[in-house]
Design a binder for this molecule. Structure first.
Ligand SMILES: [Zn+2]
Length: 139
């Protein structure tokens, strides 16, 4: 929209953690490459892969509303739910991060009816400025 109709966009639901959003990490551009698009709309909440947990229903509903708005105005081609290791917002094992990111991606597909691919991925920790993007699943 607004003259950018030729740009392919995607939505990333990821963590608010500052470490992911440092210039050195270059997360936005890496996610665009990962999803094969020009630009990424970011929804950032602490521990996004934990949004299916009991007690986080209001946060989940808010994220769904924000994502639904972006689907409507930006016609995105794809989405990703990106959890990360060493996450204070969802402090679980690495294996649980992978499983929970997949569960949230699957739930997002069901609740939004989004026709494109919704991927689940985890940013694996190497250092505060070095994270590896690991694809987990696609719905
Ligand atoms: Zn986090």
């Amino acid at each position: 929209m607004w003259g950018k109709r030729h740009k392919k966009l995607a939505i990333a639901l990821t963590c608010a953690d500052w470490r992911l959003h440092q210039r050195k990490v270059n997360l936005n551009a890496r996610l665009a490459k990962f999803l094969g698009v020009h630009g990424i709309d970011l929804i950032c909440v602490p521990g996004p892969d934990g949004l299916g947990k009991p007690g986080r229903e209001a946060e989940w509903q808010a994220a769904v509303a924000q994502i639904s708005l972006l689907i409507g105005v930006h016609a995105p081609q794809a989405m990703v739910v990106l959890g990360h290791q060493c996450c204070a917002g969802h402090p679980v094992t690495d294996a649980t991060h992978a499983a929970d990111a997949a569960a949230v991606a699957k739930a997002l597909k069901a609740v939004t009816g989004f026709p494109g691919p919704i991927k689940a991925a985890v940013a694996a920790y190497r250092s505060d400025t070095a994270w590896d993007l690991k694809a987990i699943a696609e719905f």
